[in-house]
Design a binder for this molecule. Structure first.
Ligand code: NAD
Ligand code: MG
Length: 384
């Protein structure tokens, strides 16, 4: 039986984790749940799965939960770290969105735990620091991101010096076949309609600009200790092949499955075992054709930005992420246009003076600087 702290339980990945906990009651026990403000979802899940400890970042939500429930309710941002460190939990599923998830990942790794990491922002903003921390403490980072789960499975048991390059697939998002000029005024509704995956708002917007795939390049660099030149992206609209590893002899190993986040999440929990599941199975004959194409730089400005941040290193990825978080919020609030997103993030990244080998404090400073700078850069394009 593994005991799991589920952070970000009210979101899309959180729902997938709760679903697995229901299907594997004899193997997965959820010991705590956390979310930003959705007390209703947490209390329903706590009642159903017999959880006695929850955390809500927003004090008003925590107060509502306390009034309605007799279990323990923690509140505030530091409560996520408290749950992550709890000796009652063996595994922390970090399904928080944004750099707000970083503290909990660091706290869990510092006490040598396994982190099933959906919160890619943790590793994007602090990859060097977290991987060093894991080496020291014996903690492990297991990817939940489907592409990285694929690469992890393809790389298992192989010598890193045998790897020539890895390829992450990208569906291309909802605007793959649209003229890049015609998407400048795309609405949040159009952007949130992803062709193959059903996800939270931020990652859906990031999939439309392709900066999500850029973040995933940075994520792969740190998770697998690869050089930027070994990381590649290919557009694959069906989202059946998730990642490919090419070895030095030219042989390529890939991982395939239907697009369902429960699968990589299950693997991050069961590893090194595989647990028999009743998840929908892949029927290739029904899928028919699988297509692949090179990403068009004009349609994928986010990929180029991430390559730049990767080359600059240090605090640059943290700035890229924080600027994008703020820009996405402004877009979802209809304050800026879809076409403003990447130019604004570009402007902030270009203005940043990178700090090499940053501490957690320096990363947080860069994050705060980028948020303020993005808000300022957006002023001229904010819609009345
Ligand atoms: P979501 O928006 O559906 O859910 C986000 C969760 O984080 C919610 O539970 C919310 O309460 C919590 N949260 C938000 N702000 C918080 C804060 N400041 N402090 C604490 N908790 C906070 O997002 P999602 O789509 O489930 O994505 C979660 C993470 O998983 C992201 O990092 C995303 O990139 C990654 N991911 C998601 C998918 C997917 O299919 N949804 C796929 C790959 C990776
Ligand atoms: Mg992914």
């Amino acid at each position: 039986m593994i005991r799991v702290a589920l952070l970000g339980a009210s979101g899309s990945i959180g729902a997938a984790a709760l679903d697995l906990a229901r299907s594997f009651r004899d193997r997965i026990r959820i010991v705590s749940l956390a979310a930003r403000s959705n007390d209703r979802v947490l209390l329903a899940a706590a009642g159903e799965l017999g959880v006695h400890r929850i955390a809500l970042v927003e004090p008003a939500a925590a107060a509502r939960a306390r009034a309605a429930w007799s279990g323990t309710v923690l509140e505030g941002e530091q409560a996520l770290g408290t749950l992550a460190e709890d000796p009652d939990a063996d595994v922390v599923v970090n399904a928080v969105v944004g750099s707000a998830g970083l503290g909990a990942t660091a706290a869990a790794l510092a006490c040598g735990k396994r982190v099933a990491l959906a919160n890619k922002e943790s590793i994007v903003v602090a990859g060097e620091l977290l991987t060093a921390m894991a080496r020291r403490s014996g903690g492990t980072l297991l990817p939940v991101d489907s592409e990285h789960s694929a690469l992890f499975q393809c790389l298992a048991g192989r010598d890193r010096s045998d790897v020539r390059r890895v390829t992450l697939t990208a569906s291309g998002g909802p605007f793959l076949r649209r003229d890049p000029r015609s998407v400048h005024d795309a609405t949040p509704e159009e952007v949130l309609r992803h062709p193959t995956w059903s996800m939270g708002e931020r990652i859906s917007v990031d999939s439309a600009t392709l900066i999500n795939k850029g973040f995933e390049l940075i994520e792969a660099r740190w998770l697998f200790g690869l050089e930027p030149g070994q990381l590649d992206v290919v557009i694959h609209p069906q989202s059946i092949v998730h990642g490919l590893v090419e070895f030095v002899d030219g042989s390529v190993v890939a991982q395939l499955s239907i697009p369902d986040m429960r699968l990589p999440l299950l693997f991050a929990l069961s590893y090194p075992e595989r647990w028999e599941s009743t998840l929908p199975r892949l029927a290739l004959a029904e899928v028919g054709a699988l297509a692949f194409e090179a990403p068009d730089p004009a349609r994928c400005p986010g990929l180029g930005l991430a390559r730049r941040a990767l080359a600059a290193g240090g605090t640059a990825p943290a700035v890229l992420n924080a600027a994008d978080e703020v820009a996405v919020r402004l877009f979802l609030d209809r304050k800026i246009r879809f076409g403003d997103l990447m130019p604004l993030v570009d402007e902030v990244l270009a203005a940043h003076r990178t700090v090499a080998e940053p501490s957690l404090g320096a990363i947080r400073e860069a994050d705060a600087w980028a948020r303020a700078r993005l808000a300022e850069a957006a002023l001229p394009v904010i819609r009345g």
